[in-house]
Design a protein around this ligand. Structure first.
Ligand code: AMP
Length: 193
C-alpha cells in the first residue's frame, strides 16, 4: 500500500502515520524527519535546509525529491509506504508521479486530514505554553503562522490535484486521535474491498 497523508502542520499526520506503520507493517517516510536528521548531522543538505526550516518556508523541491527518490528504493519500502509531509508542492507531486511510474509503482490513495486552522493555531500555542522546551524549534506561534500560510499557498492545491485523479479521500481531523485513526482505517478498508 502506498499512500500520502495530506494536511496542514499540526493536523496529526505524523501521529496517524505512526499508527499506520504499526497496523499495516509499512514504513513512514517523513521528509520533515529526514531533513531534521540532516540538520542535526550537519550534512550539506542539512546546512542548506536549517535556516529555511527555521523560518517555516519550504526547502527547494529538488532537495526533497532527491531524498524521497533514494529512500523509496530502499528494501524496507517494498511492502509500501506512507508519505508524511511530501509532496508539498505541485512540482513535487508531478515529480513523485514521474518517479513512481519509472519504478513501476502507483499511489493507492491520498488521505486529507482536514482541520480548522484557527483551532489548530490555538491548540499549538497551548501546547507550546504547557511544555516549553519540549516543542520543536519551528513550532512557535510565528513560524506556525508562516507554515500554515505556506500550506495554503503551496500545498493546498494538491487537494484538487489528487481530487481530479480520483485518489483523494478526506477525513475530519478535528475528532479525537482514535476517531481519526478509525476513519482512516475505514478509507483503507473500502479501498481494499
Ligand atoms: P514537517 O515536519 O513535515 O512539518 O516539516 C518541517 C519543515 O521541513 C517544513 O516546514 C519545511 O521547511 C521542511 N519540509 C519538510 N517536508 C518538505 C517538503 N516536502 N518540501 C519542502 N520542505 C519540506
Amino acid at each position: 500500500m502506498r499512500l500520502i497523508l495530506l494536511g496542514p502542520p499540526g493536523a496529526g499526520k505524523g501521529t496517524q502515520a505512526k499508527r499506520l506503520v504499526d497496523r499495516h507493517g509499512i514504513v513512514q517516510l517523513s521528509t520533515g524527519d529526514m531533513l531534521r536528521a540532516a540538520v542535526a548531522a550537519e550534512t550539506p543538505v542539512g546546512l542548506k535546509a536549517k535556516d529555511i526550516m527555521g523560518r517555516g518556508d519550504l526547502v527547494p523541491d529538488e532537495i526533497v525529491i532527491e531524498i524521497i527518490s533514494q529512500r523509496i528504493d530502499e528494501p524496507d519500502c517494498a511492502r509500501g509506504f506512507i508519505l508524511d509531509g511530501f509532496p508539498r508542492t505541485v512540482a513535487q507531486a508531478d515529480a513523485l508521479d514521474h518517479l513512481l511510474k519509472e519504478k513501476g509503482l502507483a499511489l493507492d490513495v491520498v488521505v486529507e486530514i482536514k482541520v480548522d486552522e484557527a483551532i489548530l493555531l490555538s491548540r499549538i500555542a497551548q501546547r507550546a505554553s504547557e511544555t516549553p522546551g519540549a516543542v520543536r524549534e519551528d513550532d512557535t506561534a510565528e513560524t506556525l503562522k508562516r507554515r500554515l500560510a505556506v500550506y495554503r499557498e503551496q500545498t493546498a492545491p494538491l487537494i484538487d490535484y489528487y481530487g481530479r485523479r480520483g485518489l483523494l479521500r478526506t477525513v475530519d481531523g478535528m475528532q479525537s486521535i482514535d476517531e481519526v485513526t478509525a476513519d482512516i482505517d475505514e478509507v483503507l478498508a473500502r479501498m481494499a474491498a
